[in-house]
Write a protein that binds this ligand. Sequence first.
Ligand code: SAM
Length: 482
Amino acid sequence: MAIYDPKSLKAEEFINHEEILETLRYAEENKHNVELIDSLLEKARPKKTATGVHCEGLTHREASVLLACDIPEKVEEMYRLAEEIKLAFYGNRIVMFAPLYLSNYCVNGCVYCPYHQKNKHICRKKLTQEEIKNEVIALQDMGHKRLAIESGEDPVNNPIEYILDSIKTIYSIQHKNGAIRRVNVNIAATTVENYRKLKEAGIGTYILFQETYHKESYLQLHPTGPKHDYDYHTEAMDRAMEGGIDDVGLGVLFGLELYKYEFAGLLMHAEHLEAVHGVGPHTISVPRIKRADDIDPTVFDNGISDDIFLKIIACIRIAVPYTGMIISTRESQAVRGRALQVGISQISGASRTSVGGYTEEERPHDSEQFDVSDQRTLDEVVRWLMEMGFIPSFCTACYREGRTGDRFMSLCKNGQIQNCCHPNALMTLTEFLADYASEETRKIGHELIEKELAKIPNEKVRQIAAQNIADIKASNRRDFRF
Ligand code: SAM
């Protein structure tokens, strides 16, 4: 039997089945232990320090107790604490991005994904570099600056060279005032050498969803193809970090397995990265399984309600306070609105999940990866965020200034984000308003920016930001950043 060891590089030791079962037992036994729950909430609360604000976070065992707790007042307290933590480190900024599907050719057999190899009726497509250029122009014309590229796994149709060429193409396109300034990558687990090449190509975060941490289920849900190898998949982030990528994004596909099991596994994975590499995950995504071509989500009997989903988000926020949290357009406007209150810091907008979808007038369904619930335009999403008091941010400064991995985390931990990310958010939002927004959105945006400028603590930074904002409005000068 494998022994639990967060520092081990072996999947079965750092995601240890017995440790998860023991955690679930402990959480169940203590789910009404009010004294313990109160002490955990207190431990996780942000504390003022000489240099800023500090948050301790919780271990997978501690956070699992909170997740198991069903005392309504305590759950309410968790929601409030999650919001407080998010405000302490991320303020009211919400980072915007869009996925770009490059190819849906895939040799895997993932039973929940329409790209699975045996699906003969989905239309298979792979974008040429010329088509990528057109997609990127369409995305730039909406106002996007940050993309997550997505692809099926197919060494013949989508080899690493194709992904690298595509990244180069994306970064090279300048159209009007548009530019894609950060490309995150969501492709299948690969080798250290390939991760090194992705790093050299200038990617932002490497994202790979674990799908499920439950090995036995994983093997059944991925019956064929290279993704069947649970250990290779689970150890991918260690290889990515060995290859020099220090921003990695974790995620679980909720609905496949029991959520409490996944939650403990996800946090153990984060603890493992911290223990081995000295830096936890840059982001955590929370996708839920959706209807798609050849896929009926009701077949998977571990689907979770919206309330449980929000509780999971809040408990992740409390456990790993410095990690960005992402929600996609798989979720409806209503769920996204609630999720933003309990910890989400990054959302996609106006997504098309089909290969080549952005250049089509009508939303195409023939090559889609999943049904999109939130189908609003980027302008609508931006306006909606501002009406709720959030600042939509198109900032990509950190990784371009070398603030990745632990350097980003220390900026986040010592509270300097308010003098850095906050003005960057306001300047990039001004770019969006000047170049892409509707009249109504622009008006709301300018009022919000005026109000938010006053909140920049450092006077010098505040003055420079105000000057840059005036320049953006009056000229074609763009891409100011701290
Ligand atoms: N092919 C790569 C891999 O296997 O990791 C990554 C790209 S895949 C296009 C992105 C993610 O979409 C998968 O990791 C999976 O979690 C998610 N996904 C697949 N089928 C889905 C469905 N029916 N509903 C919601 N999300 C789905």
